[in-house]
Design a protein around this ligand. Structure first.
Ligand SMILES: CC(=O)CC(=O)C(=O)O
Ligand SMILES: [Mg+2]
Length: 221
């Protein structure tokens, strides 16, 4: 009989990655975007996954502006549709520290043309992730200190209390239109400080007291 699928290896299951954009007040301010009234959602394919230790993150062909976006990732343990906000945390199995790597040059073109962000967000290696953190190790996902350094210099630093939409609100909101499944990952948005990286840069990130990870940047795909 096949071994049961371990939630800690959710990234091998082929479930979806749902990204939330513009979910930090300070990040909206830095990009000059209005604070959204509802979560801004997009999808990344699971071919984006890059577990720590499996090589460098790389931009899509021709990318000249690859940006880091450090984010709290929420791993779904129990699926559902129309999940009420006050039951949403029952559907969380754990967390990862994640990077929503973004080709900002391609995103700017997509925004200008009014077309989807696919080329900007969905390239192979666009979702580096840390080891899985079981839910019990995080007492409050809205009170985590999180940072990212590039070559030792702090670029992003926040507390997750700056999120506009909380983890339970996001789960409930997504599940109104899309069935959430065990093994799905939700990227909850990036704080202020996104910036460009170059081949051979070293990225280091941490949720203080919870989990840390390191990646390097490679050449474009
Ligand atoms: C503008 C973006 O790339 C939105 C996004 O992913 C975010 O985290 O904010
Ligand atoms: Mg993002």
């Amino acid at each position: 009989m096949a071994a049961p699928l371990k939630l800690s290896r959710f990234y091998e299951w082929g479930r979806k990655i749902v990204g939330v954009g513009r979910n930090y007040r300070a990040h909206c301010a830095e990009l000059g975007n209005p604070v959204p009234k509802e979560p801004v959602l997009f999808l990344k394919p699971t071919t984006c996954y890059l577990p720590e230790g499996k090589g460098p993150t790389r931009g899509p062909p021709g990318c000249t502006e690859l940006h880091h976006e450090v984010e709290l990732g929420v791993v779904i343990s129990g699926g559902g549709r129309n999940i009420p906000e006050d039951r949403a945390m029952d559907h969380v199995g754990g967390y990862v520290l994640a990077l929503d790597m973004t080709a900002r040059d391609y995103q700017a073109i997509a925004k200008e043309k009014g077309i989807p962000w696919t080329w900007a967000k969905c390239f192979d290696t666009a979702c580096p992730i840390s080891e899985f953190v079981p839910k019990e190790k995080v007492s409050d996902p809205q009170d985590l200190n999180m940072w990212l350094k590039v070559n030792g210099e702090v670029r992003q630093k926040t507390n997750t209390d700056d999120m506009i939409f909380t983890v339970p609100y996001i789960i409930s909101y997504i599940s109104k239109m899309m069935t959430l499944e065990r093994g799905d990952l939700i990227l909850t948005g990036t704080p202020m400080g996104v910036s460009g990286v170059q081949p051979n840069d070293e990225l280091e990130a941490e949720i203080e007291g919870v989990v840390a990870m390191k990646f390097t940047v490679g050449d474009t795909l």
